[in-house]
Design a protein around this ligand. Structure first.
Ligand SMILES: [Zn+2]
Length: 130
């Protein structure tokens, strides 16, 4: 919420600068050089504050958006061709479908094979409210 306060202050500063510039330029004869420089400094400060505030706001919003995105896990299904035992584990580098792995725990003479590689879908996305 600090960002909002900074933004409001920035807008006020900027508006004050605009007001000073306006009154300074219209009040002919009584125009002082000091008024112009003060207005200019205020305008610059206001603009910098506004830019920083909007940048901070943009950054924080992007962080929230990034936090919401969950990277789906890639899963690998390993199957024994003899007894049909299925095991699922996280995808490892070098995995590909029909790749032969270590022997099955139940049948030592039969090698396990990768039968599927897929992205894990969250249960939340599957269910629908009726
Ligand atoms: Zn087996």
């Amino acid at each position: 919420m600090i960002v909002v306060i900074v933004m409001v202050l920035a807008v006020i500063t900027f508006l004050l600068a605009v007001y000073l510039t306006y009154t300074g330029s219209t009040a002919t004869g009584s125009t002082k050089a000091g008024d112009y420089s003060a207005a200019g400094i205020l305008a610059v400060i206001g603009l910098i504050a506004l830019t920083m505030a909007s940048f901070t706001l943009f950054q924080s919003r992007r962080q929230v958006a990034e936090m919401k995105i969950e990277i789906p896990k890639v899963m690998t299904t390993i199957e024994c061709r003899k007894c049909g035992t299925k095991t699922t584990r996280e995808f490892q580098r070098g995995d590909f479908v029909f790749k032969e792995l270590d022997a099955c725990q139940k049948c030592p003479d039969e090698k396990q094979m990768i039968t599927a590689i897929y992205k894990e879908v969250k249960e939340k996305e599957k269910t629908y409210a009726v």
